[in-house]
Ligand binder design. Structure first.
Ligand SMILES: NC(=O)c1ccc[n+]([C@@H]2O[C@H](COP(=O)([O-])OP(=O)(O)OC[C@H]3O[C@@H](n4cnc5c(N)ncnc54)[C@H](O)[C@@H]3O)[C@@H](O)[C@H]2O)c1
Length: 253
């Protein structure tokens, strides 16, 4: 029997929570009883997600900021600590994608894509570890992608490289922190119906990709949120260093 409030007493930071999967994850963790510190580069978007959660009676605060800045990340985590007294769950969801072929990727664009996806994951993880160690309990979920295991359907090589890097970072951190009660896992979504996809390909292209998957459609943010909710629960205490696919059967390895 699953306790519907199994995250009661837990504090979760979700990065990039202003829209898409980050918003769905934040809403799902709140429904399970967690108190939420919502980060996004776009403070207004984070505030809109916070309102959705507050309207349902959830405890929530916003910590706008850029996950690629060590200073801002320290501020995000300190803000959550000040408001809630601890951090038990971190969902490294913030990410950006560019579809550029390698021959045309400028150095600035490479750094931008790799930094938001990979450096942001490292900086946010580093910043929460002390609090998780103190609690003797922690959950970190990193957003990789099918791109991390194969190649990106709609993004460029910088995106694929960053998402593959997240898988390596996840395994290594999982090994380092396992004895401290902290699990670290990645999720690898396939093509999920969010703004990231809608702003990169046409509705016709999205429908065509969807029709080609074994489960013939795009995924939904709430389906990915369900997997994250499981990974951050006590039910997943023996899963660490894993990279869980959620892609309608697009990739089976
Ligand atoms: N949509 C997909 O098909 C898909 C598939 C696999 C993996 N992913 C990954 O899942 C995650 C969420 O994707 P999504 O589709 O919901 O994206 P999205 O573009 O809809 O939302 C991403 C959010 O991250 C925020 N963000 C961007 N840069 C940031 C920064 N530097 N600091 C803080 N916040 C920042 C944005 O403002 C936005 O609100 C990303 O890591 C993405 O790479 C997406």
């Amino acid at each position: 029997m699953i306790d519907p409030k199994e995250l009661d007493g837990k504090v979760a930071i979700v990065t990039g929570a202003g829209q898409g999967m980050g918003r769905a994850v934040a809403e799902r963790l709140s429904a399970a009883g967690a108190r939420l510190a919502l980060n996004d580069l776009d403070g207004k978007a984070a505030a809109r997600t916070a309102q959705l959660i507050a309207d349902k009676g959830g405890a929530v605060g916003i910590q706008p900021g850029d996950v690629t800045s060590a200073t801002e990340v320290r501020g995000i985590v300190q803000g959550a600590l000040n408001r809630f007294g601890g951090v038990h769950i971190l969902v490294n969801n913030a990410g950006v994608l560019r579809p550029t072929p390698v021959i045309d990727i400028e150095e600035e664009e490479w750094d931008f894509v790799v930094n938001v996806n990979l450096k942001g994951t490292y900086l946010c993880s580093r910043a929460v570890l002390a609090s998780m160690r103190e609690a003797g309990w922690g959950r970190i979920v990193n957003f990789s992608s099918t791109a991390g295991k194969k190649y990106s359907t709609i993004g460029g090589a910088h995106y694929t490289a960053a998402k593959a890097g997240i898988l390596g970072f996840t395994r290594h951190l999982a090994k380092e922190e396992a004895a401290n009660g902290i699990t670290v896992n990645s999720v690898c979504p396939g093509l999920i119906d969010t703004e990231m996809v809608r702003s990169t390909i046409t509705p016709e292209q999205a429908a065509s990709y969807g029709a080609g998957f074994p489960v013939p459609r795009l995924g939904r943010p709430d389906e990915v949120a369900e997997l994250v909710a499981f990974l951050v629960s006590d039910r997943a205490a023996y899963i660490t260093g894993a990279a869980l696919d959620i892609n309608g059967g697009d990739l089976m390895v």
